[in-house]
Ligand binder design. Sequence first.
Ligand SMILES: [Zn+2]
Length: 379
Amino acid sequence: RTSCPCKYSFLDNNKKLTPRRDVPTYPKYLLSPETVDALRRPTFDVWLWEPSEMLSCLEHMFHDLGLVRDFCINPITLRRWLLCVHDNYRNNPFHNFRHCFCVAQMMYSMVWLCRLQEKFPPLDILTLLTAAICHDLDHPGYNNTYQINARTELAVRYNDISPLENHHCAVAFRILARPECNIFCNLPPDGYRQLRQGMITLILATDMARHAEIVAAFREKLEDFDYRNEEHTTLLKMILIKCCDVSNEVRPMEAAEPWVDCLLEEYFMQSDREKSEGLPVAPFMDREKVTKATAQIGFIKFVLIPMFEMVTKVRRHSRETYTSVLACTGTHDTHVCAHMTQAHVDTCVQTHMTQAHMRTHAHMTYTSAGTHGHTCGHM
Ligand SMILES: [Zn+2]
């Protein structure tokens, strides 16, 4: 067990955080005008690209959103930082650099589709994009439940409170603490303080154990949502990163489908290990119990769709987002039907619980893993 990847030691971290003073050399992939254009939409094909190309895309997002200009980000530092971020994602079946790219690309799409730049100051846009890129840094491939049950180093360090998310966030700031990777070195102290607080809030919000709590708090503000109220906007930003984190199923079928296999592979890796270590096994991770369809259906219906729908209620422009993000990419019906018939869906839903019941007991449901699986991997 000492060589276990999730029994993390700071020594391992430091190895990956060796200073890079060189001018980063990832082959700058010249993005074609078509790519640049497609990158702004949720239909972007996320499977088409090599890591160096994804790095170029991420780099482009900072320039395109005016963040390099607004925050005097050194373009070379930006590349070094991105390379360092890339190096600190592990090659997990699901929680890897491509997942990071997907979440960031969906956030970038949302900025354009929801015209977030009209409603949020540049610092918030910077926070949203950076948090999306950093949100799963150094994910070990085994979830919080495993960390806690196996009493790993991470669980002990963070007292069982969102051990993974705390770790992702700490690694993010350890990278930024390196002068050669500090893209925020030109921010005024107050700007940095706000950005750091914002990133911590957003990355910690990606723990699915807090899903019900966050959704309920946001729903309460929906009626009289006010962009001048910081509590309101913070909750909206939390919902936005949560949407992006679980947005694979919002993408076209061809892009979404392979992620299900990736997630199940990671789940099976965990459940096999739990069995061998005599730890409790969640049914949605058990290769004997879960199927591709059951892993999808409850999640899409009860987590993904309601959350995207809430975002559309915030403002008129977002209605367009919903149309383009959920409907135009053919999300619910296409995906759901591809996996099972409507009759099967209904039975599945009835057997488990009604939507209202789900909402009230979402926390219990999604943390005790008694019913549906899901595709976000943050349980
Ligand atoms: Zn994630």
